[in-house]
Ligand binder design. Structure first.
Ligand SMILES: *Cc1c(COP(=O)(O)O)cnc(C)c1O
Length: 388
């Protein structure tokens, strides 16, 4: 019997690895200095620690440390990328291309730009959640300045063909940003191989602390110009002012390093558990439907719908398992997720869906408990629905 409650919501956030906590502690106490203090050793040790973390984060994604800019997380990195690119060149008419299944941290800045007169095209993915290259290509125009397509989706875990999309953008001189908040630390990522110009990262999705992230910005061939959205003391090469969150950045560095070193073995174990969960549910429940491509997917994600039941009761019944549903609670109603809608999943089925996010601490006993609990709950809920 596993310890309850069980945490299977690792796309929302992850527990901080104890080794990460350990690495952060000195920077709250003995080494509390401001990394910008140039005239004493307190500042120097903070600065040195930040430099190490910058290298660790860069190494995870194959970047040069000078291309890593620390932020407060992927939300800020996405805002900085989208707005910062468009506003860096106000002389040009601008056009942005993105996809309908992006995180709100990309979609909302795009909507804001539209209000300011920038044209944005939202490309719909295919039914499996993956965008067709031809659809991206069709959306490109002579005035297109930026394409933003996420590496992995936070709800359905689907991986986009980033390296293929970058071939389209590069040959046209269009900048390409990808939100890799979910993918980094889970699947191998190399900014050079992917051919991206900007990439958003966040620590708390890879067993690091909340409130710290980074934006990768390519500095050669071509050097990418980005305008800051937060100005002040000129930190981070003037691109992101504000006293650096040294403990957070150190923790991010450690988390990135651990992910890089342990990704391979973690992935094998977690994928096996995910597949066990999926086949366990399939074996016990009829009418289980996977949302999004199963093949092109993060190893720790499963998103499934159950037909023939009222989705509202699903989460209520899973009181000792932390998962997310395919709908977000807005006031009294369950609003189906924009991602499932974009895949053409009907609202009823979207409400009756669950997102399982496995992680470094997930055990086989937890998965087996979850299989039993979910399958008996689904059976019970189906009995409550009058059959037609
Ligand atoms: C979690 C997440 C974000 C937001 O990151 P924060 O660091 O929490 O701001 C953005 N995009 C994706 C895909 C995410 O999963």
């Amino acid at each position: 019997m596993p310890t309850l409650p069980i945490y299977l919501d690792h796309h929302a956030t992850t527990p901080v690895d104890p080794r990460v906590v350990e690495s952060m502690l000195p920077f709250f106490s003995t080494s509390f200095g401001n990394a910008s203090s140039k005239h004493h050793s307190f500042g120097w040790s903070a600065r040195d620690a930040v430099a190490i973390a910058r290298r660790q984060v860069a190494e995870l994604v194959g970047a040069d440390p000078r291309e890593i800019f620390f932020t407060s997380g992927a939300t800020e990195s996405n805002n900085l990328a989208v707005r910062g690119i468009v506003t860096a060149d106000t002389d040009r008419v601008s056009h942005v291309v993105t996809i309908t299944t992006e995180h709100h941290a990309v979609l909302d800045p795009c909507r804001r730009l539209e209000q300011e007169g920038i044209e944005v095209t939202y490309v719909s993915p295919k039914k499996d959640g993956i965008c067709a290259l031809l659809d991206i290509e069709r959306a490109l125009a002579p005035q297109t300045r930026l394409v933003s397509v996420m590496t992995a989706n936070n709800e359905i875990g689907v991986l986009q063909p980033i390296d293929r999309i970058s071939e389209l953008t590069r040959s046209r001189g269009i900048l390409f940003h990808t939100d890799a908040a979910q993918a980094a630390g889970k699947v191998p990522i190399d900014v050079k191989k992917l051919g991206v110009d900007l990439m958003s990262l966040t620590a708390h999705k890879m067993c690091g602390p909340k409130g710290v992230g980074a934006l990768y910005i390519r500095r050669t061939r071509p050097r990418v110009e980005v305008s800051p959205i937060i100005e002040g003391g000129g930190h981070e090469q003037g691109l992101r002012s504000g006293t650096l969150n040294v403990p957070g950045i150190v923790g991010f560095g450690t988390a990135a390093e651990l992910s890089r070193l342990e990704m391979k073995q973690d992935t094998v174990r977690i994928r096996r558990l995910r597949d066990r969960l999926y086949s366990g549910l399939l074996g016990r429940i009829n009418g289980v439907k996977v949302n999004g491509s199963l093949a092109e997917r993060l190893p720790h994600n499963l998103n499934v719908s159950f037909d023939g039941l009222e989705g509202e009761s699903l989460l209520v019944g899973l009181d000792d398992i932390a998962v997310s549903s395919g709908a977000a609670c807005t006031s009294a109603t369950l609003e189906p997720s924009h991602v499932l809608r974009a895949l053409g999943v009907n609202d009823h089925l979207a409400r009756a869906s669950l997102r399982f996010g496995l992680g470094r601490t997930t055990t086989e006993a937890e998965i087996d408990y979850t299989i039993e609990k979910v399958s008996s709950l689904v059976a019970r809920l189906r009995e409550l629905v009058p059959h037609v």
